[in-house]
Every structure is written in C-alpha cells, then in structure tokens.
Design a binder for this molecule. Structure first.
Ligand code: F6R
Length: 249
C-alpha cells in the first residue's frame, strides 16, 4: 500500500484526478469506479475543468458507482445519482447510458444487488476506483464486521454512518437506513485503488487501516492486501501517524 501525504486536500484531489486522467489517456475505454460524499468533490471539479480544457475525455469510458441509498429515486437531491449528475456527469463528456449506479428503488433489492454485481463482473474488472472512507472504517457501505468476500448487497447503515451523513439531509430521521453497496470482492478486484481521507474525524480509521491488523471490524484494512492501492491523506487524517508512515507528495 502506498501512503501519500499532503497538508492540503486539494493537492491530493489533484493527484487523484491526474491518475484518472492518466488512466483514460492510456485506455479511453476504461471502466471507472466512483464514490460520492464530500471527499471526491474537488477531484471531480478538477476532472470537469480538465475535460473542458480538452486534456481528457470520458466519451468512451463507463463508470460504476459504489453505492446508492435504498428508497431514494435518482431525481431525489440526496440520492447518489443526483450527486453524481451534479458533480461529475454533467461536467464531463460521458455518453448517455454509460454511467451506472445501483437502483435504490428497485422492487426486489436483493435481485438488483445481484444484477449490479453481475454487470460489473461482465465488464471484467474496474481499471481504477476512487474511494472515501467512513469515520468507522467503511468503504462503500461495507460497514464494520463485513465479510471480506461480500458480493454487492443490501447493507444496513451503521448509526454512526447515518449520523455522519445526516448533514446532507434536513434531519437524522430522513437518512435512509439501508443502501445497496458494491461488495468488497468487486472492490478488491479493481486494478488500481485510490482512497482519499481528509480531516481529523478520519484519523483513527486511517491509523487502523494502515497500521492495524487486517480485520473485518475495519473494512478498509483489507486494502493492505491489494497490489496497487494508494491512500491519500491530509494533515487531519494523518494526525495519528508518524512521518515514517507516509511519503510527502
Ligand atoms: C460514498 C461511499 C462512502 C464514503 C464515505 C466517506 O459513495 O461509498 O464510503 O466514501 O462515507 O464520506 P465523505 O467523503 O462524505 O466523508
């Protein structure tokens, strides 16, 4: 696992955007894995700017998001489809019908999870995947005590996750209790994984991910076994680590 540090998150967002651009320029038909949340917003803004500047194109790529809330249709402002539309899909040049998220309002959610899993596996594997991390160590919505071999599934959100994400809703009760999340197994098959973590509320999860044992209580710790995973941390997220634990960007 590579661990890269920069004092300011923008430097890390720029680095992650550059890795995506490099991948797309090498293989325009790349399969991209995408995350929502506060962490990748700036990276997506950079990708928007660079698309407008003609430095990269998404026109032959396809993307798969990590997760979607159960019960929120794509036109709900707190849905992840809506988030992606606003922060990335409307800013770059994906062709119609090439960006995928699980359907959180499917009649049969278990079946939808399986369909999504199969769809990604039919692609082969993702070429590059951007991840955030929960303050409890989750990736996607693979919450603590996940089975490392998990397929895409309907996940019950931890109370800590619902609290963390309540900032995107009017009140805590409005935060969905479940989501469909890409499974750990598919995540681990991505050829390149970039995980970004910003702020002190991620410091313990980052410490456990990098320095702890591989443990289902810290889902991100499995990344220690990935052959090409890079952790990108700012000053806050690195606050429990020592200088020797990372390389400065
Ligand atoms: C989002 C996702 C989550 C977030 C994590 C961090 O699609 O799968 O794992 O990456 O909860 O969220 P932020 O970036 O809002 O701190």
């Amino acid at each position: 696992m590579n661990v890269f540090y920069a004092k300011h998150p923008d430097v890390l967002s720029r680095y992650a955007a550059d890795r995506f651009i490099e991948q797309l320029n090498k293989n325009p038909k790349s399969i991209l894995g995408l995350a929502t949340g506060s962490t990748p917003k700036k990276m997506y803004a950079y990708l928007g700017e660079d698309t407008r500047a003609g430095k990269v194109s998404f026109s032959q790529a396809r993307s798969y998001n990590l997760d979607e809330y159960v019960g929120l249709p794509g036109d709900h402002p707190a849905s992840y489809r809506y988030f992606m539309q606003e922060h990335l899909f409307s800013q770059v040049d994906f062709r119609e019908g090439t960006t995928f998220l699980p359907n959180g309002v499917a009649q049969d959610l278990e079946r939808e999870a399986l369909r999504y899993d199969n769809k990604i596996r039919e692609e082969g594997e993702m070429d590059i995947l951007i991840l955030g991390i929960g303050s409890n160590g989750h990736i996607g919505f693979n919450e603590p005590n996940i089975f490392f071999e998990a397929m895409t599934h309907v996940a019950e959100l931890d109370e800590s996750t619902r609290k963390d994400n309540s900032r995107f809703f009017d009140k805590l009760e409005d935060v969905p209790t479940h989501a469909i999340s890409m499974g750990m197994r598919v995540i681990m098959q991505s050829k390149i994984i970039l995980l970004m973590a910003f702020g002190e509320n991620k410091a313990q999860a980052i410490y456990d991910t990098i320095k702890g044992k591989i443990d289902p209580r810290v889902p991100a710790s499995i990344l220690q076994l990935h052959p090409n995973a890079t952790i990108l941390i700012d000053e806050g997220a690195a606050s429990l680590l020592e200088e020797a634990d990372y390389v400065r960007l």
